[in-house]
Design a protein around this ligand. Structure first.
Ligand code: SF4
Length: 442
């Protein structure tokens, strides 16, 4: 007779990189015969994967730990906030164990200690692509861990260490398993995607007997052969990124580039210790658009960084007008404990930060609205995410899940999540599009 499987509850907070860590831990738990419990009451213990990026994320993580302790009592903490054990122990002295990010082995060790496994080969069968937390038709593919930069507002390198690229054969194998399991869109992520392979000196690896360099261009090319949408995130505009654009123009990978620029003023970029220069960036954007006119460029920015003057801010607004980016996220600077930027002089008062954030967003809303208006009457291939009684929600090549806009399809009859369909755009606002389905593509 088989013994009941020990049950683990799991809370996953934070960015897509943390989500990938959660998926690896969940996959390992299942592989060892643990069941995953959807409720605190049924779980024998709870793992909380935390985020520590900004103060509000720290609070959310501490609240989640508190809730899990109150509801269940046995809690193991992992993730970015786990790198600051003292913060957790001060708020919640009774957690069973604390580990940092990307620490699957340590988490498993803590789970074994407090909840020994009861291995059962019938319940521990796991699919080859592992356990995914995203809907079945898209998946994040993490290609490296850590970062060699030291941006002054960021503590990720101190939590996750220097860049370590995954072997290209292993990344390709995971991607192939995902596509075979029904994934239609692969979202390539890391802290610094364009740096893939720098740490290995672009070593040649192998996939299906074929030599492949550990380099982003080679990886994008090979991923493009798998038949799924391939979307690249966190790509810094280094010169070699130019080589990716022809792959987009040919339709091998999506014509979409998420390049976090953070600012445009050279003075501010220097204070942020960012690896970029805005004039080169503008030239680069022009070049990319000349090779692939349909490219969607997404970026994120920080306003109100210490020392940012009104002139720096206007420089940023001028850059926005000039760059005509398609998708933009913006944050008011918020100090992160442990970041070197905290020691910089001339912090920007909170009300000025908020005022700049609003001015920034209103300029970008105008740019974005005009760009989306230009899509009305055109036809696009979209991937259906959800189908409801009154319509479907889908995304085009220009829309990454969670962070970009969506395409609302009014006549959803016969559509299914994970299906590609051709639509004609009939309306737009500042962010989203409305469309009618033309024909299902299967
Ligand atoms: S590039 Fe900068 S912001 Fe991004 S993870 Fe590295 S240090 Fe942090």
């Amino acid at each position: 007779m088989t013994q009941a499987s020990p049950k683990v509850g799991f809370i996953s907070l934070g960015c897509p990189k943390a989500l990938v860590d959660s998926e690896q831990i969940l996959t390992q738990l299942r592989a060892e015969g643990y069941a995953i419990s959807p409720s605190y009451q049924d779980a024998d213990l709870v793992v909380v994967n935390t985020c520590g990026f900004i103060d509000s994320a720290v609070e959310e993580s501490l609240d989640a730990i508190g809730e899990a302790l109150a509801e269940n009592g046995k809690v193991i903490v992992t993730g970015c906030l786990g790198a600051r054990e003292e913060v957790i122990r001060e708020a919640h002295p009774h957690v069973l164990a604390v580990t940092g990010p990307h620490a699957m082995q340590e988490v498993m060790h803590a789970v074994h200690k407090h909840l020994p496994p009861s291995h059962d080969p019938y319940t521990s069968l796991i699919p080859p692509q592992g356990i995914k937390l995203t809907p079945k038709h898209y998946a994040y593919l993490k290609i490296s861990e850590g970062c060699n930069h030291r941006c002054s507002f960021c503590i990720i390198p101190s939590m996750r260490g220097d860049l370590v690229s995954r072997p290209i054969g292993e990344v390709m194998q995971e991607a192939e398993h995902l596509v075979n399991a029904g994934v239609r869109e692969l979202l390539v992520i890391s802290q610094d995607t364009s740096a893939y392979g720098v740490d290995t000196k672009y070593r040649t690896g192998f996939w299906k007997g074929r030599p492949l360099k550990t380099h982003l261009t080679a990886l994008a090319d090979a991923l493009g052969d798998l038949g799924a949408w391939v979307r690249l995130h966190y790509v810094y505009p280094y010169p070699h990124v130019d080589d990716l654009i022809p792959l987009m123009a040919e339709g091998k990978i999506l014509p979409y580039l998420d390049a976090p620029l953070q600012h445009a003023s050279p003075r501010l970029l220097k204070a942020m210790k960012r690896p970029a220069n805005s004039e080169n960036t503008l030239a680069r954007l022009r070049l990319w658009r000349s090779i692939c006119p349909d490219i969607t460029i997404r970026s994120t920015f920080i306003v109100g960084f210490p020392g940012e003057t009104e002139d720096d801010f206007k420089y940023l607004l001028d850059f926005l007008h000039e760059a005509q980016l398609d998708r933009v996220g913006c944050f008011a600077y918020s100090p992160v404990e442990g970041a070197s930027a905290n020691a910089l002089p001339n912090p920007v008062p909170e009300e000025i930060k908020q005022e700049r954030l609003e001015r920034f967003m209103s300029v970008q809303a105008g740019i974005s609205a005009a760009k989306l208006q230009g899509k009305i009457g055109k036809t696009f291939k979209v991937l259906v995410d959800e189908v409801g009684a009154t319509g479907a929600i889908a995304r085009s090549a220009a829309d990454a899940p969670e962070i970009d806009g969506q395409v609302y399809i009014e006549d959803a009859a016969g559509l299914n999540p994970g299906e590609f369909v051709e639509v004609e755009i009939i309306d737009a606002d500042d962010h989203d599009l409305w469309a009618t389905a033309k024909k299902a593509k299967g």
